[in-house]
Design a protein around this ligand. Structure first.
Ligand SMILES: *Cc1c(COP(=O)(O)O)cnc(C)c1O
Length: 404
């Protein structure tokens, strides 16, 4: 690392809370699938800010919409109407087939808002006695970092010394429909689950799982809440990951790519009366639904469909997965994923995934390890076949090295 890079890193370390452990690269520019560091070195971004820049870095049409709107009006609060919120509602509802929309900012806020809404629905519509609502979640979940959410995490780092936590959550294994059937009681209001567990290491449930889950939820009048903050908006090769399973959630959570990486925008979508239970004064957010966010999200959704990014994710994702499967390396334990949400899990003897990500950085690829042994690969959805092949060559030569 050069002197200036060390300076940025050291200054962050001196003043910043040390709640991240970034790879040693300081980025200053991005375009499409590429990012550049302060020295001018170019990298293929295989993380996409955890899927938030699915549309590619600094997409010109989203940028134009943002700049144009920033000149006109940025924030009104919901005390007044603005001329971007209604078209945003209309467009996202048409695209996803949802009936009601609640706009928020971060993903965690969308999750919190869904939890509040399904509890209220439970008391006011389902008839659960007040204070007794139960929400079922899965082991190894990741739904964000607020106090409410980390309280039902099963990751010790995520929870330790942050309690006491809110009650009302029941944890079952992911991918186990029988466990869900057993956990449901008359007080169960919702099952909150990721279609594919992203932070856990891109874990796909067994085939047929979500069909059973959907049936159980319908039979027991339990709201199925799918956290599609990472899987949604084309990442897995469909608009929503639920479409792979041929099901529809009652409540869908979107975030990350909803703004193409320009701005925090999230949303709770519901196709029944869950959001209908919220009355004026009962929930809100100063920035939620602001005109700048709505203009950005509208452009982010438009380019996703107009430019064929979802189909491209399916096509390039299949090519990438095949290519990864073809790599003959003793370090690889398993390759898995769907669309452009991919992961390479290393054998424990191969050494830490972090070491491989650092080696990839030297080859011009930025990827991030998760859970010690897994390298996650999630490039922007605009990646081309040539770029996939370029990445595969470098992955193959890195993964055949031994860093144990
Ligand atoms: C990233 C993520 C969140 C949290 O989103 P933030 O914007 O970081 O609060 C929630 N759920 C899933 C599945 C995520 O991947």
């Amino acid at each position: 690392m050069s002197a200036s890079v060390i300076d940025f890193v050291a200054t962050e370390a001196r003043f910043g809370a040390h709640n991240y452990e970034p790879i040693g690269v300081v980025l200053s520019r991005g375009e499409g699938v590429w990012v550049w560091d302060t020295e001018g070195n170019r990298y293929l971004d295989c993380l996409s800010a955890y899927s938030a820049v699915s549309q590619g870095h600094c997409h010109p049409k989203i940028l134009a919409a943002m700049v144009e709107q920033a000149h006109r009006l940025t924030l009104t609060s919901r005390a007044f109407h603005n001329d971007q919120l209604a078209p945003f509602y209309e467009e996202i509802a048409a695209l996803t087939g949802s009936h009601k929309v609640l706009p928020m900012n971060s993903g965690a806020e969308a999750v919190e808002s869904a939890i509040k809404s399904v509890r209220k629905w439970g008391y006011e519509v389902k008839g659960v006695p007040d204070g007794h609502a139960e929400i079922i979640v899965c082991a190894n979940n990741f739904h964000g970092r607020t106090l409410g959410i980390v309280g039902f995490s099963t990751d010790p780092d995520t929870r330790a010394h942050f309690g006491p936590f809110a009650p009302g959550f029941k944890i079952i294994p992911f991918g186990d429909a029988a466990a869900l059937a057993e956990a449901i009681t008359p007080n169960t209001v919702a099952f909150l689950v990721e279609p594919i567990q992203g932070e856990a290491g891109v874990i796909l449930p067994p085939a047929g799982y979500f069909t059973e889950v959907r049936e159980l939820c319908t039979t027991n009048n339990v709201m199925l809440v799918l956290d599609e903050i990472q899987t949604g908006l084309g990442r897995t090769g469909k608009l929503l990951a639920e479409q792979h399973e041929g099901i529809e959630a009652d409540v869908t959570l979107l975030g990350k790519a909803l703004s193409g990486g320009f701005y925090p925008v999230s949303a709770v979508l519901s196709n029944n009366d869950v959001l209908g239970t919220l009355r004026p004064g009962q929930h809100g957010s100063t920035f939620g639904g602001n005109p700048l966010a709505c203009a950005v999200a509208r452009a982010a959704l438009r380019v996703l469909t107009e430019e064929g990014m979802i189909e491209n994710a399916a096509r390039q994702g299949a090519r990438f997965l095949e290519g990864l499967k073809d790599i003959r390396a003793n370090t690889i334990r398993e390759v898995r994923g769907r669309g452009l949400m991919l992961a390479v899990e290393l054998h424990p003897e191969a050494g830490r995934a972090r070491r491989y990500c650092e080696a990839l950085q030297g080859m011009g690829i930025l990827a991030k390890d998760t859970h010690e042994q897994t390298i996650r690969i999630a490039p922007p959805l605009v990646i081309t076949s040539d770029q996939v092949d370029w990445a595969l060559e470098r992955l193959a030569s890195t993964l055949t090295q031994d860093f144990s």
